[in-house]
Write a protein that binds this ligand. Structure first.
Ligand code: ADP
Length: 504
């Protein structure tokens, strides 16, 4: 037999130890052994090597098998421990076995030693393997638990009788701590449907449906009252676990997320949005009413000051002529401002009057209507192929007219204006651009110019009211697009705006 044995012998008689080795060498062809006869030498032998087994005499001077057994146990070792003795009686043998010895053999019957040793070594291996797999299992469970505890969602595993098998940290954070964590129904202090705010009866709880009807419920929003009396909103999913060869659920897993803060923010946002819409409407209404109602008295002031100018010019002194001029110009400017403001406040609902427009045709007619301005400024205008869109003709006209007339108005003195109107299709929107070679816009004012009444120049230098770009922004944004400008001062500006394709 090609077997190797490493054996530690606790024995004070050399002859007896040799007898043991002699007996064992019948079964093992290679034996490593060491003989010790006191506690210290046993300890150092156990520390220095890995042994397959310990064979111990029952009684030695100043030492014995039970003390040797204790040393082995204190050192956390689980080696086969066999007692070989000539004197041991049955009572002592039983005591030794109770203390943890695996077998005892009479010195007169040593033929039993090898088979007993072999059996105990085998069993010790089995014990060792079992311990190893139990340890591995525990490690895996620990790992799984840490992962599950680390997750930002609450997880609970429940059996058919609603016993909680496992609940992670987040679950306890959400639902609150419970004295007894055994039965789930205790958690359901009050559950309500989030939308209807109605309390759900037990049979409608997702967890009951999963266990009793094997149905999954994914992402229901419920309102709960936790053990510490807090109201919370929860996004809840429950899945039944049906074992093989079973028709009903044995377990159910419930996963939930505390969305209380999210829902509170959502409600606040909705309220703010409603408030904003209301105040916007009020403001628009106010601008409309004010500009509309101001028109009439203003018309009176304008026409009477003009009449005054016509009748009395040169008939009063020169100061009076100048004052009348101021009044006439002021009234005219006020009329312009009020008209533009009225236009601005009228541009509210883009859906009203929307139709399919061929922008190529629309642009032609816009350019024709600006004929004299184009001729007088010697402007060159090129227009690339434009799409057909669904929008209000008046609004599209206002949009392009403002951009083109600005491109001509803000031209440089030294060169005649060159204007390019272009459109490119992007994935889900059209990108329009109106490019000029004019005076350009300082970077600091790129956003400001889209605010109503914001102008960068004096009205005597460049006439205007500062409403045009604000109106363009309103029109584009109502259609779901965006408008901005790219510009190099003294070289020119490109006004770009997008219009979503799905709108048309
Ligand atoms: P308005 O043309 O009546 O002054 P807008 O709202 O159309 O008002 O434009 C606001 C300001 O933006 C203008 O006063 C001008 O300073 C600047 N601006 C607009 N278009 C251009 C352009 N194409 N080139 C340079 N500056 C421009």
């Amino acid at each position: 037999m090609d077997k190797e044995l490493r054996i530690l012998i606790v024995e004070d008689y050399e002859d007896d130890a040799e007898l043991i080795i002699l007996e064992l060498s019948k079964s093992y062809n290679k034996i490593t052994h060491e003989v010790v006869d006191n506690e210290n030498s046993l300890r150092s032998a156990l520390n220095s090597k890995n042994w397959d087994a310990i064979i111990s005499d029952y009684k030695l001077p100043g030492f014995n098998a039970l003390a040797a057994l204790k040393v082995m146990q204190q050192m956390n070792l689980d080696l086969p421990f066999l007692i070989v003795s000539g004197t041991i009686g049955e009572e002592l043998a039983v005591e030794a076995m109770k203390a943890g010895a695996h077998d005892y053999i009479m010195k007169g019957n040593l033929t039993r030693l090898a088979p007993a040793l072999e059996r105990e070594i085998r069993e010790s291996e089995v014990r060792h393997q079992r311990k190893q797999s139990a340890k591995r299992l525990m490690e895996q469970e620990l790992l799984l638990r840490s992962v599950v505890d680390f997750l930002p969602v609450g997880i609970v595993l429940i059996d058919r009788n609603m016993n909680i098998i496992m609940a992670n940290k987040e679950f306890r954070n959400t639902w609150g701590e419970f004295d007894s964590f055994n039965k789930l129904p205790e958690l359901y202090i009050k559950i309500g449907d989030y939308e209807s705010k109605k309390e759900l009866s037990r049979k409608d709880w997702a967890i009951i449906k999963a266990i009793e009807e094997s149905t999954s419920i994914i992402n229901e929003i419920i309102q709960i009252k936790t053990s510490d009396d807090n109201a919370k909103v929860i996004l809840n999913s429950v899945v039944p676990i049906i074992e093989q060869n079973s028709s009903s659920a044995t377990y159910a897993i419930m996963v939930n997320q505390d969305i209380t803060k999210l829902k509170q923010d959502e409600t606040k946002l909705k309220q703010t949005l409603m408030e904003l819409e209301r105040s916007n409407k009020e403001l628009e209404q106010f601008a409309y009413v004010a500009s509309h109602d101001l028109q009439e008295p203003l018309r009176m002031v304008a026409s009477f000051t003009q009449l005054l100018a016509k009748r009395y010019k040169g008939k009063l002194d020169s100061d009076a002529d100048e004052y009348i001029d101021f009044a006439v110009n002021g009234a005219k400017r006020m009329q312009q401002l009020i008209n533009d403001l009225l236009n601005y406040s009228r541009a509210t609902s883009y859906k009203k009057g929307s139709e399919y427009l061929d922008l190529n045709i629309l642009l032609q007619s816009i350019i024709e209507s600006m004929n004299s301005l184009v001729a007088e400024s010697c402007a060159e205008i090129s227009i690339s192929q434009l799409p057909q869109i669904y929008a209000s003709q008046i609004q599209m006209q206002q949009l392009f007219q403002n951009l083109i007339s600005n491109a001509i108005k803000f031209r440089r003195n030294d060169i005649s204006p060159i204007i390019q109107i272009d459109c490119q299709r992007q994935i889900n929107y059209w990108l329009f651009s109106v490019k000029d070679n004019g005076i350009g816009i300082p970077a600091a004012y790129k956003d400001k110019i889209f605010t109503i009444f914001q102008r960068l120049h004096d009205k005597d230098e460049y006439p205007g009211t500062g409403v045009g770009l604000a109106l363009c922004k309103k029109i584009v944004e109502q259609l779901g697009g965006q408008i901005w400008v790219e510009s190099v001062q003294h070289e020119g500006s490109t006004f770009l705006f997008t219009l979503p394709i799905e709108n048309f």
